[in-house]
Design a protein around this ligand. Structure first.
Ligand code: 5GP
Ligand code: ZN
Length: 138
């Protein structure tokens, strides 16, 4: 499955160049063209799916089976002290390319890549109610 106007499908098919990091039958990894840190890498399924929850189990399995290996190489090459693995889904969550992808972002202390994590605390009873609501939909 591919989408003719999808930039990541074009990269997968070789119509748009990339700095390739890893490839197997189902998965391609390449450097992000506008990194937030050196070595910032994108891992994508070769098949076109917009969001994570729309991917069949075998697609998610193929990504998870190579993700750790790719992370290890990216982080070692960057000489980073840590990393984030991110998957933005939907415009509200910052997804700009509608072909599911995992960002691997090498991190170092004080790098200012993400400076704000807007954590708060649940009011009494709210966590139980939310957990129940989620579980009912599984
Ligand atoms: P999103 O915001 O959808 O999670 O992230 C999409 C990412 O794709 C961005 O970080 C952006 O820099 C990257 N990107 C967009 N177009 C291209 C491209 O043509 N080549 C590469 N290598 N990365 C791209
Ligand atoms: Zn695509």
């Amino acid at each position: 499955m591919s989408s003719s106007d999808c930039i990541f499908c074009k990269i997968v098919s070789g119509r748009v160049p990339c700095n390739k990091i890893y490839e197997d039958e189902q998965v391609l990894a390449f450097l992000d063209v506008r990194p937030v840190s050196d070595g910032h890498t994108l891992v994508v399924p070769k098949a076109h799916f917009e969001k994570l929850h729309q991917c069949p189990q075998e697609v998610l399995s193929s990504i998870s089976s190579c993700l750790g290996k790719i992370v290890q190489a990216v982080v070692a090459a960057a000489g980073a002290a840590g990393y984030n693995v991110l998957c933005n889904n939907g415009r509200a969550a910052g997804q700009l390319v509608d072909h599911v992808h995992f960002h691997i972002i090498p991190r170092n202390e004080g790098d200012n890549v993400f400076t704000h994590w807007p954590a708060y605390e649940y009011e009494s009873g709210r966590a139980d109610a939310i957990a129940e609501k989620i579980c009912a939909r599984l």
